[in-house]
Design a binder for this molecule. Structure first.
Ligand code: PMP
Length: 355
C-alpha cells in the first residue's frame, strides 16, 4: 500500500479469485468455467468485429439488447449488459444500498458480496444458512434492507424454488431483492418471468458459465424498466463502454445459437449427475447441486488435504478455508475426459489415504 491511498480504502480486503496458476498445465476444476469453447457463431462474430476495434463500442448496446429481448421474451428496456456480472453486482450495491439501507445475504454464499459492500462502505448483515447449507426463506421476511441471493447458491449449489423467492419478494415490497442467477442456466427454473410481477426484483446473470465466455466479461441485468434505468444511470456515469465490441458481438452470436447452449447445458447436467453418483459411491457427502459444480466432503479426508493432494497430481479444485466449509471441496464440472482423470486420481488418493 502506498502512503497516498486514501484512508477509507486502507482497510479493504480484496476478493480472492480462484487460482489461475501458470506454472504447469492443470485440469482446471476450480473456477466454474465451462469446459467447452464458446459457440462457433459467437467466435466468428467476435473475430469479424476485431477489425473495427478502432471505434468505440455502442454504449446503448442496441443490437445485444434487442437480440436478448427476443430470446428472453422481455422488452429491450428490461435488460442491460455489464462487464461481467461482478460489475452489475457492484452497481446494484451502489444503486440500492447506503448507510441506512444496508445489504443482507446468507453467511455461506458468493464471497464477492461482502467485498463490494465494503468497497461501497455499506453495512452488511449475514443470515446463517441451515445445517444442510440451505437458505431458510422464513429468515428473509421484512428485512428492510437490500437482499442478495445467489440462486443456485455458491458454493453449495442449492437452489430455492420460484415460489420461495416470491415469498421474499412479497414480504420485502419496499426493498430490492437481487437474485444472482450466475448459475441459473443449469437450474430447472429462472426468475425471469417474475419481473413482470415484481418491481423490486433484479436478476443478475452472466455469459461466464453456461455460454463459456468467462474471458469475454459479459454480464446482464434483467428487471423492471425503472430499475434498468437506475443501473444505466450509474453505468453511464462510471463506464459507459463497459461492453467492448468483440464481447458485444460474441454475446449476440452466443444468444442466437440456442442449440449450442442447450447441448452444453445438457452435457454439464449429465456429467454432474454421473459425478455426484460416483462421489457418493466413494463415500462422499454431496449437496444436491443445481449448478455446474459439486460441493462434497469425505468423512475422513479433510478438504484441505484433498485439495492439496489433487493439486500435487495436476488437478485444481476449490477449497474454502472457512468454518463450516473447510471439510468440503468444490469441483467444477469438467468434460467427461477431465472428470475421468479426476476420478482415477481421486480413487488412487483414497486408496493411499485408507492404508
Ligand atoms: N455470481 C456468482 C454466484 C459467481 O459465482 C460468480 C463467478 N465468480 C459471479 C457472480 C461473477 O461472474 P462474472 O463476473 O464472471 O460474470
Amino acid at each position: 500500500m502506498s502512503r497516498f491511498l486514501v484512508k477509507r480504502h486502507q482497510s479493504l480486503v480484496p476478493y480472492t479469485p480462484g487460482e489461475q496458476p501458470q506454472d504447469k498445465t492443470y485440469i482446471k476444476l476450480n473456477t466454474n468455467e465451462l469446459p467447452f469453447p464458446p459457440s462457433p457463431i459467437a467466435q466468428r462474430l467476435a473475430r469479424l468485429e476485431a477489425s473495427s476495434l478502432n471505434l468505440y463500442s455502442d454504449p446503448d448496446q442496441k443490437i445485444l439488447r434487442e437480440t436478448a429481448a427476443q430470446v428472453f421474451a422481455i422488452d429491450k428496456d428490461e435488460i442491460v449488459f455489464t462487464n461481467g456480472s461482478d460489475e452489475a453486482l457492484n452497481y446494484a450495491v451502489m444503486a440500492y444500498c447506503d448507510e441506512t439501507t444496508g445489504l443482507v445475504f446468507p453467511d455461506v454464499t458468493y464471497s464477492f458480496y461482502e467485498v463490494i459492500a465494503d468497497l461501497n462502505k455499506v453495512p452488511c448483515k449475514t443470515i446463517p444458512v441451515k445445517d444442510d447449507l440451505s437458505v431458510d426463506v422464513g429468515d428473509y421476511k421484512e428485512l428492510h434492507r437490500t437482499i442478495f441471493l445467489a440462486n443456485p447458491n455458491a458454493p453449495s449449489g442449492l437452489a430455492l424454488k420460484n415460489e420461495e423467492i416470491e415469498v421474499i419478494l412479497k414480504t420485502n415490497p419496499d426493498n430490492i431483492v437481487v437474485i444472482d442467477e450466475a448459475y441459473g442456466d443449469f437450474n430447472d427454473e429462472t426468475c425471469i418471468p417474475l419481473i413482470k410481477k415484481y418491481d423490486n426484483l433484479m436478476i443478475i446473470r452472466t455469459f461466464s458459465k453456461s455460454y463459456g465466455m468467462a474471458g469475454g466479461r459479459l454480464g446482464y441485468v434483467i428487471a423492471d424498466k425503472k430499475l434498468i434505468a437506475d443501473i444505466n444511470r450509474l453505468r453511464n456515469s462510471g463506464n459507459p463502454y463497459c461492453v467492448d465490441r468483440m464481447a458485444m458481438m460474441a454475446g449476440v452470436g452466443a444468444l442466437l445459437d440456442r442449440s449450442y447452449l442447450r447441448s452444453c447445458i445438457d452435457k454439464i447436467k449429465a456429467i454432474r449427475q454421473h459425478s455426484a453418483d460416483r462421489l457418493r459411491q466413494l463415500g462422499f457427502e454431496v449437496t444436491d447441486s443445481a449448478a455446474n459444480f459439486l460441493f462434497a466432503k469425505h468423512p475422513s479426508y479433510p478438504g484441505k488435504d484433498l485439495y492439496l493432494d489433487l493439486k500435487e497430481n495436476g488437478i485444481l479444485v476449490r477449497h474454502f478455508d472457512r468454518p463450516r466449509l473447510n471439510d468440503f471441496i468444490r469441483i467444477s464440472i469438467g468434460s467427461m475426459e477431465q472428470m475421468q482423470v479426476f476420478f482415477d486420481t481421486l480413487q488412487q488418493l483414497l486408496e493411499v489415504h485408507h492404508d
